[in-house]
Design a protein around this ligand. Structure first.
Ligand code: 6CS
Length: 284
């Protein structure tokens, strides 16, 4: 698995900043020839393994960037350069021209489908809670959280889980915005939240890393649908999205798609058994 470098050395970072400054954010369409000329595609990620990950040495990996790197490579775009962003800031950043695509596990939801041009499905997952061992408040659904006036749930700002909690009737003041996975685990361990909501594979990765017998995973969350992401492009970049989709379909057909995502725990069949049309039409 080749990986892009996420420049950590000052000179490299400065050079990249200069390159970005030269590619000043603009709302104009990013077409394939421009990306080939640029030599890389600028992708938004969240650093939430196994969807996206930035190692201490700056290497970018995770299922989303690895699929994107493979597809863009086959389109003649040499590499991907990643920027870490909160989920809620990804679409505004894309629309402002700071990224060429979002490849971060940004699940298809109707409001997002209206704002961006999604590729066909890539990474699918159910939702999970991390809770204190023994699940003392018996929180198994977002409705359970809504129904317990003492229950506080942590979720990414602008993320799917925040919307699911609010949609289930959890009052705003009991939905705590969590900036990243480690913070969420720390807040659970400190008793500042009673459940931390993320997709199943993300919670599983965090609990493996925490290795703390005092917290446990509850999944799947039965009142949350299985969701899938796609690579997200600006609406005016549908031609680029279509080229991405063409190569993605070839990789699904050849088995290369499964070879990339299944070692991370994702199911190729899950992504291949649904479609952007179905997912964008579903009411969450
Ligand atoms: O689509 C989202 O908003 C959610 N997707 C992932 C992979 N993690 C959390 C986030 O809220």
């Amino acid at each position: 698995m080749t990986a892009s470098r996420f420049p950590t050395r000052p000179l490299a970072a400065a050079l990249l900043a200069g390159a970005f400054a030269a590619l000043a954010p603009s709302a104009h369409a990013a077409d394939l020839d421009e990306l080939k000329e640029q030599g890389f595609a600028r992708i938004a990620i969240a650093n939430e393994p196994p969807y996206t990950a930035v190692k201490p040495d700056g290497t970018v990996s995770g299922a989303g960037p690895d699929v994107a790197r493979a597809v863009f490579g086959k389109l003649g775009v040499g590499d991907v350069v990643a920027s870490i962003s909160e989920y809620g800031a990804m679409i505004p950043g894309l629309q402002a021209g700071r990224f060429d695509a979002i490849t971060a596990g940004l699940f298809m939801r109707p409001e997002r489908c209206r704002a961006v041009a999604y590729s066909e499905p890539i990474l699918c997952d159910a939702e999970a809670f991390a809770v204190k061992a023994g699940n003392p408040l018996n929180l198994r659904t977002f409705a359970d959280v809504a129904g317990n006036e003492n229950a506080r749930i942590g979720a990414p700002g602008g993320g799917a889980e925040e919307r699911l909690a609010l949609g289930a009737g959890v009052p705003r003041e009991r939905v705590i915005v969590v900036p990243d996975g480690q913070s969420g685990i720390n807040m659970l361990q400190d008793g500042r939240i009673d459940a931390y909501a993320l997709p199943v594979l993300s919670i599983a990765d965090l609990l493996r890393t925490a290795n703390d017998p005092n917290i446990e995973q509850i999944s799947p969350i039965s009142d949350a649908p299985v969701a899938c992401d796609g690579a997200a492009f600006r609406r005016q970049d549908e031609a680029l999205r279509d080229e991405f989709d063409r190569v993605l379909a070839e990789m699904k057909e050849s088995g290369e798609f499964a070879q990339i995502i299944e070692p991370y725990g994702f199911s190729a069949d899950a992504a291949m058994s649904t479609s952007r049309e179905q997912l964008c039409a579903a009411s969450n």
